[in-house]
Ligand binder design. Structure first.
Ligand SMILES: C[S@@+](CC[C@H](N)C(=O)[O-])C[C@H]1O[C@@H](n2cnc3c(N)ncnc32)[C@H](O)[C@@H]1O
Length: 232
């Protein structure tokens, strides 16, 4: 196994110098990798990366020894993200498989089951999150790692709330600018009701009380990173 994670992620244009942008992006992805709790050795595991976009995590799983890795995406790959993925794929000489596939159309009979399923930064894009989670549960053999923004309202954080989001395709038509962000309670309950029997919170949002205070002052719920490990 190589010693370091892949370093091909391109940086968004923030006006900062390319070097400092790249440094920030690398640092952000390195931190995400630390927090996610991906098994260090994936030899003998198959992996499904849902909403893979640039493929950073698909390629990282391949680097960690996973046998079969399937990356799927739809919205970004239909519009702007496919080139990045394919460029990295070629540069790395990767064997990661890829399919244009909407998570709402995941079909266990068509793609089979995977030891590890990644749902990273995707939940809050979904039009029908519970229906998608039910499909994800069917294709998960051992472990789902779900990382998402979770909702931090000033009060009612412990209730199973999800802000409505019509899906990426119709995001421009909505009347507010929140995605489909669940409270941590909503996320864990939805995973249970979708068919996962063991649901464990791996990471809760940092600066939670500060963000709740901001919610109060701005009267707009804030969000922070949540990571959950779920097993069938
Ligand atoms: C914020 S990006 C996350 C990319 C990557 N997983 C990561 O964590 O860096 C969200 C990705 O989910 C994809 N996505 C959104 N809705 C989807 C859907 N219904 N089915 C499959 N992919 C979807 C988007 O196209 C986009 O590539």
């Amino acid at each position: 196994m190589a010693a370091r994670p892949h370093q091909f992620i391109s940086a968004p244009d923030t006006g900062a110098s390319p070097l400092s942008q790249e440094w920030r992006v690398r640092r952000r992805f390195a931190r995400r990798l630390r927090l996610l709790g991906l098994p260090a050795d994936l030899r003998g595991w198959s992996v499904l990366d849902i909403g893979a976009w640039h493929g950073y995590f698909s390629f990282e799983c391949e680097r960690r020894g996973a046998g079969r890795v399937l990356a799927i995406d739809r919205f970004a790959w239909d519009r702007f993200g496919m080139e990045e993925f394919l460029a990295a794929h070629t540069r790395l000489g990767s064997r990661v498989e890829y399919q244009h596939l909407d998570v709402h159309d995941l079909d266990v009979d068509a793609i089979g089951q995977f030891d590890l399923v990644l749902l990273l930064g995707v939940f809050y894009h979904l039009r029908n999150p519970l229906a998608a989670l039910e499909r994800i549960a069917r294709v998960t053999k051992r472990l789902l790692i779900c990382e998402t923004h979770v909702l931090l309202p000033f009060i009612h954080e412990r209730y199973p709330l999800v802000s409505f989001f019509p899906g990426d395709e119709r995001a421009g038509e909505q009347t507010h600018d929140l995605c489909g962000i669940p409270t941590m309670t909503a996320l864990t309950e939805m995973l249970r009701f979708a068919g996962f029997s063991e649901v464990e919170i791996a990471y809760r949002p940092s600066f939670r009380y500060w963000k709740k205070f901001v919610s109060l002052v701005t009267t707009r719920p804030q969000s922070g990173r949540g990571i959950v490990h779920a097993r069938p």
